[in-house]
Design a protein around this ligand. Structure first.
Ligand code: UD1
Ligand code: CA
Length: 469
């Protein structure tokens, strides 16, 4: 696209002072999430990607919450009374008035615009040497939006709000998306001329278009290819629609990158998740937060991963994993629960009904079924058998269990922490271990079996006598 944009000259103004009444929420509208990410972050990430020299956000209602959530990310400008979108932009005067360059104005509640769409808006603006360029879309149902009114030669003459429009104007299906590119100095000159003689008694930003047009300036329009991108969020129905659209976009990105997603309508992948090629995602899976998956993995059915890093060729089925690291060629599940701060080195296996918490499991070790391993450091090639439990909590505080390389922990054992099983230590099934087990030692801690020969007939008699009483 060439050097059509000089970074120093691109300013962005995001309008977010409105009440967002229809969300019926105590949370600011733009902090509501789409695919795990507040909607305002989609806009901010896109602007960052484009490289704006300055991003200003006009805030009012619930502004403090935005200042807190986005501290250091944008420059905030307060609009004390919400007198309209032109009035909102006017509040940025102290930062922008008299500056050279382009000002991009966006609504905080339109999170779906791509970088490409905004770049082509700017490109058209520069090519046409326009004073203002409007991003427009053609909608099947344009109700509620401002309509783009063009002259006989096709050039834009003005924008009329739905409430102010005649029947003829309402029949126009090309709408104002609320996203514009302005010649900065001309914008601020024109803003001074906007009045509030309209149906809503507000100072409308789109009126700047007619003002500039009447001054003989060039007005351009950039029509969006995919009108769904223009979707705004005013209530929770639109929030769900926008999320569904964003989810599709995320899925497509992964598919194009070489990831197979089976039954995608049942899968949830949040915005910042990364997945390498030749991994397959199966139904009902949910990949969230900063989850990163390597290549050649099988994820799902029903894998629920929050902030999990998985290396290549691992297999995770019907399991919940949080804030943990999974190495390569690892098998998890079905039905494992891996809680925060756990790590599984390569070639480990964590099987059915195993609960791990803050547990480091070394290469090639196995916890195949029905075990709890918490606050533990487990070495390489350790076998933790069915029903083994690390007793990490004494009712007051948590203690650590250390199991070194090659150890064998038999079925149904309790390892009462703090305790260490040294290298190749062997714990017999059914033991409750309270003392450290030295290297190469065998530890057994259970009652010896008593076997009474020919005792069953006697027992039978005894029981019969008891029952006849
Ligand atoms: C606006 C446009 C309309 C366009 C539509 C696209 C105007 C007058 N109309 O209508 O042409 O089709 O967007 O969605 O601009 N805001 C402030 N301060 C205010 C008023 C609004 O910051 O005083 C913010 C709101 O928080 C919102 C944005 O500006 O993010 C748009 O305002 P809103 O009242 O929702 O305008 P629309 O009626 O949607
Ligand atoms: Ca709106």
């Amino acid at each position: 696209m060439g050097a059509y944009i000089v970074k120093e000259n691109l300013n962005a103004v995001i309008l977010a002072a409105g009440k967002g009444t229809r969300m019926k929420s105590k949370k600011h509208k733009v902090l509501h999430e789409l695919c795990g990410k507040p909607m305002i972050h989609y806009i901010l990430d896109t602007l960052e990607d484009m490289g704006t020299s300055q991003t200003l956000m006009v805030i009012g209602h619930l502004g403090e919450t935005l200042e807190e959530a986005l501290a250091g990310v944008v420059t905030f400008v307060n609009q004390k009374e919400q007198l309209g979108t032109a009035h909102a932009v006017m509040q940025t005067e102290e930062y922008l008035q008299g500056k050279d360059g382009i000002t991009l104005v966006l609504n905080g509640d339109h999170p779906l615009f791509t970088k490409e769409t905004l770049q082509s808006l700017i490109q058209i603006h520069i090519q046409k040497e326009a004073a203002a360029t409007v991003l427009t879309a053609e909608l099947a149902d344009p109700t509620g939006y401002g309509r783009v009114i063009r002259q006989a030669d096709g050039s834009v003459s003005r924008i009329v709000e739905h409430k102010d429009a005649s029947n003829e104007e309402r029949a126009v299906r090309e709408i104002n998306t609320g996203t514009y590119c302005f010649h900065n100095q001309k914008l601020f000159e024109a803003l001074k001329l906007v009045n509030n003689n309209n149906a809503q008694g507000e100072y409308y930003l789109p009126d700047v278009i007619a003002i500039l047009q009447e001054q003989g300036e060039i007005i351009a329009a950039s029509m969006m290819e995919d009108e769904k991108e223009a979707m705004g969020v005013n209530d929770r129905v639109q929030l769900a629609d926008a999320e569904a659209y964003m989810q599709q976009r995320i899925m497509r990105k992964h598919m194009i990158n070489g990831v197979t997603i089976h039954q995608p309508s049942t899968v949830n992948i949040e915005a910042d998740v990364e997945i390498d090629s030749d991994t397959e995602i199966f139904s009902g899976s949910s990949l969230k937060g900063n989850t990163k998956i390597g290549s050649g993995c099988i994820i799902g059915p029903e894998a629920d991963l929050q902030d999990v890093v998985v290396a290549d060729q691992s297999k995770i089925r019907y399991s919940v994993i949080e804030d943990s690291e999974i190495g390569s060629k690892v098998t998890v599940g079905p039905y494992a629960y891996i809680r925060p701060n756990s790590s599984l080195a390569e070639n480990t296996k964590v099987g059915a009904f195993v609960d791990l918490k803050n547990a480091q499991i070394g290469k090639g070790s196995k916890v195949s079924h029905l075990a709890y391993v918490g606050d533990s450091e487990v070495g390489q090639n350790v076998n933790i058998a069915c029903g083994a439990v690390t007793v990490n909590y004494d009712g007051f505080s948590k203690h650590k269990t250390i199991i070194k390389d090659g150890a064998f922990i038999g079925c149904n054992t309790n390892l009462v922490a703090p305790v260490t099983v040294e290298k190749n230590g062997y714990v017999a099934a059914g033991s409750t271990i309270t003392d450290d087990v030295p290297a190469e030692a065998f530890a057994i801690a259970r009652q010896r079996q008593v076997t009474k020969e020919d005792y069953v007939p006697k027992l039978r008699k005894k029981i019969n006598r008891h029952n006849s009483l």
